[in-house]
Design a protein around this ligand. Structure first.
Ligand SMILES: [Zn+2]
Length: 311
């Protein structure tokens, strides 16, 4: 089999191509191979613990090793996408600031090393942008013209699909949903600003607002009728809803897809977000904007990285 397989469907010729996506986190390295012709689909996935013993060097070494072994196992892969959490320089293929993976990440060349290892083009993408791409291509964002993807977990990430394409802005950082100011004099954020949405809606802030040790326990408490936990979710949902309303007013998305560990809270969090959007947005028909959870779960980041690499 060559680099791309040609399949004949109902008399039309369609080139099927394969693309690898790697999703590097502080705990796991996940990968996915997608196949695409008219529609992308998932072919194969895998995961292993991230090797952080030697900081950024062992992480990058492991990325290259994993990619090479998948290339030897799966024929016809044409590109590689690498998704990482944090601030990246996607044009240069270099990492800038990755707080949740041990190592000195400022200026680490990832895509050049990858291309050297597998002899195929490689691209770098922020993990939340990868989530948005994946949910738009294969998940609950399918069919949306414009979509906001939100990831809720240790931090608050985002990605914007505008006119059917991922929007990255002039330096590749567009979509940083979590670092918009919500409270002018609010709590200090890790980015240096005060009152960012992330400082109010990341996992530990939600647990604190609910008076529980973790988000999981906050969900259980809220569902069992605990008043403080219910109020905590209303408050956090309100902040997220204000952030989402700002995005709706500015760029008029028709779908908002929420993922990440905290999305397991489901309607407990989604309903306050919808209520806030109804309260705040008066320039477009809010009943036509769907606020939903992601469908792809743990593989969204790797799938999105593969899609980005294939673009
Ligand atoms: Zn911030």
């Amino acid at each position: 089999m060559g680099p791309s397989t040609v399949t004949i469907i109902s008399g039309t010729i369609s080139a099927v191509s394969r693309h690898l996506g790697l999703d590097v986190g502080g705990t796991n390295l996940k990968w996915a191979v997608i196949e695409r012709d008219a529609e992308p689909r998932l072919l194969k996935t895998g995961r292993l613990p991230t090797d952080t013993r030697g900081g950024e060097q062992s992480v990058v070494r492991q990325l290259l090793d994993v990619a090479q072994s998948i290339f030897s196992e799966v024929e016809g892969i044409e590109s590689v996408g690498v998704g990482m959490p944090g601030v990246l320089d996607p044009a240069a293929g270099v990492t800038r600031f990755i707080p949740n993976i041990p190592g000195q990440w400022d200026g680490v060349q990832v895509t050049g090393e990858m291309t050297g290892a597998v002899k195929k083009p490689a691209r770098l993408i922020n993990d939340a942008r990868a989530f948005a791409l994946a949910e738009h291509g294969l998940g609950s964002g399918r069919g949306a013209t414009s979509m906001l993807g939100i990831t809720l977990g240790t931090g608050v990430g985002g990605g914007l699909i505008l006119g059917g394409r991922l929007y990255l802005g002039h330096e590749g950082t567009a979509g940083e949903f979590g670092h918009q100011t919500i409270l002018p004099d609010g709590p200090r954020c890790n980015c240096g600003n005060q009152g960012c949405l992330e400082a109010l809606a990341r996992a530990d802030a939600i647990a604190a607002a609910c008076g529980q040790p973790s988000v999981e326990e906050s969900v259980v408490a809220a569902r069992a009728g605990d008043r403080r936990a219910q109020q905590g979710f209303r408050d956090v949902g309100r902040y997220l809803g204000i952030g989402a309303s700002n995005v709706v007013v500015l760029v008029s998305v028709d779908r908002i897809v929420i993922g990440g560990g905290v999305a397991a809270a489901g309607e407990t969090l989604l309903e306050p977000i919808r209520q806030e959007i109804r309260r705040r947005v008066h320039v477009t028909d809010v009943e036509r904007i769907r606020v939903v959870c992601g469908e792809l779960g743990t593989w969204a980041g790797a799938i999105g990285a593969a899609l980005h690499g294939s673009a």
